[in-house]
Each structure stands twice: as structure tokens, then as C-alpha cells.
Design a protein around this ligand. Structure first.
Ligand code: IYR
Length: 230
């Protein structure tokens, strides 16, 4: 058997993948344990103001940044905000957009669909949660010479990274929600982001207020979300 630690592909080093092969019994156990745990995840809108150490947030972001991306360009920036004055400015601007959305931009049908979730234009979590992570997508990059370079499948890549961030936050015992004030360009202005970055998603991160209540939603069963072709 060939057990070289690395090989060359198109002149580039490929290192050996560190495989982690489990027995079928263990495979089932691990996959079920993760499902059981992730099925408890809920979008939480009420937060405790209990601090979360910066190192935890750094680690969560490093985890998200392990996501696969088009041509491994990692076209994302995670902006983590704990500064109270900045959080207040974000809340003020987000609520101004949300007011406009709830009062005139969103259709009656859309608002009806949101009724069971109990959302409205008020976003106190933007000030109460100890951290806000604002995820920016990089529509292109800029090299050392100031020239534009390409990124690929940017929305897919950043969406996957956000999914991994949400998973990491839940696994750490913290909570979040996917907040999408729309339009989101006020975030690039408030955070002084360069012209190649666009706000993609805002995730408050913290401990849940206790007690807090979440809508009694049901998830679709497997046969409604999957088709098998065997
Ligand atoms: N962006 C608004 C509205 C909203 C839209 C959807 I779709 C939701 O699932 C929840 C809320 C807000 O954040 O309130």
C-alpha cells in the first residue's frame, strides 16, 4: 500500500487525508447523537446580557471558516461586535429598516406567514446579546497590486459557513438567530467595510434569557424532505 505523507498534483502538494473510519455501529450512534443534539437547536430572540468570552467567539469563527468554499477562496469576513455604542447604532439602523419593511415593504401574505413566529420591527436582542456577528460576503478579492481577483459560488460558500457557525454556536451551548434586516447595506457603512464586501447575515450570540419561549414548530418528517434512489 502507498503510504506517502504527501504527493504532487499539478506541481502542488497534496497531503494525506487523516481519515476517521468508524464501525457501522459507531457510525449510526454518532450520526444519531448529532441529529438528536441539532434537533434541539432553536432560533432564540430573547438573550441574557451575560458576557461570552472573546476567545469563544474567536473559536466559533475559526470553526465557521473551516467551511468549504469555491476554489477555497474563503470569501467571507466575520465581524464580531461587542462594543455597546456600536451595537446601539446597529439596533437603531436595523429597526429603522425593519419598521419600513413591516409597515410597507413586506406583503400581507408574508406577514401572515410570520405571525406564528411572533417577530416584529423591535430588535432588542441587537443591544442585549453580548456579541453580534455580522457575516460579510466578498463579491471579489483585491490582490497586493490592488487588482480585482475572482471569488466563486460566493452565496453558496458563505451560506455553508453560516450553517457551520450556527451549528458551532449551538454545540457550545449558546443561542443565535438568523437576522436579516433588509436592505442590509447600513451594516457595511457602520462597520467601515471595504467596497468588495456585502452584508450577508447578522447573528446575535449569547445565552438565552431564562425562561424564554420559542414557537411550537414541528420539523418536516424525513419522507417530506428526502427522496431515495436505490
Ligand atoms: N427580517 C425581518 C422579517 C423576518 C423574515 C423572515 I423570512 C423570518 O423568518 C423572520 C423575520 C425580521 O428579522 O424580523
Amino acid at each position: 500500500m502507498d503510504t506517502k505523507p504527501h504527493i504532487l498534483v499539478n506541481g502542488h502538494t497534496h497531503v494525506r487525508y487523516q481519515e476517521n473510519i468508524l464501525s457501522q455501529k459507531e457510525l449510526l450512534k454518532q450520526s444519531q447523537a448529532l441529529y438528536f443534539h441539532l434537533n434541539k437547536r432553536r432560533s432564540v430572540r430573547e438573550y441574557a446580557d451575560t458576557p461570552v468570552p472573546k476567545e469563544v467567539i474567536e473559536t466559533l469563527i475559526k470553526t465557521a471558516s473551516t467551511a468549504p468554499s469555491g476554489a477555497h477562496k474563503q470569501p467571507w469576513t466575520f465581524c464580531a461586535v461587542s462594543n455597546p455604542a456600536l451595537k446601539s447604532k446597529i439596533r437603531e439602523a436595523a429597526e429603522a429598516e425593519e419598521k419600513e419593511s413591516y409597515e410597507s415593504r413586506m406583503s400581507e401574505r408574508w406577514k401572515k406567514d410570520l405571525e406564528p413566529l411572533g417577530t416584529d420591527m423591535h430588535k432588542p436582542f441587537l443591544e442585549i446579546a453580548p456579541w453580534l456577528i455580522i457575516v460579510f460576503k466578498k463579491v471579489h478579492d483585491i490582490d497586493e497590486k490592488g487588482e480585482k481577483t475572482n471569488n466563486y459560488y460566493v452565496n453558496e460558500s458563505v451560506g455553508i459557513a453560516c450553517g457551520m457557525l450556527i451549528t458551532a454556536i449551538h454545540k457550545a451551548g449558546l443561542v443565535t438567530l438568523t437576522h436579516t434586516p433588509s436592505p442590509m447595506n447600513f451594516l457595511a457603512k457602520l462597520l467601515n467595510r471595504p467596497s468588495n464586501e456585502r452584508a450577508y447575515l447578522l447573528l446575535p450570540v449569547g445565552y438565552p434569557k431564562s425562561p424564554t419561549y420559542v414557537p411550537d414548530i414541528k420539523r418536516k418528517p424525513l419522507d417530506e424532505v428526502a427522496e431515495f434512489y436505490e
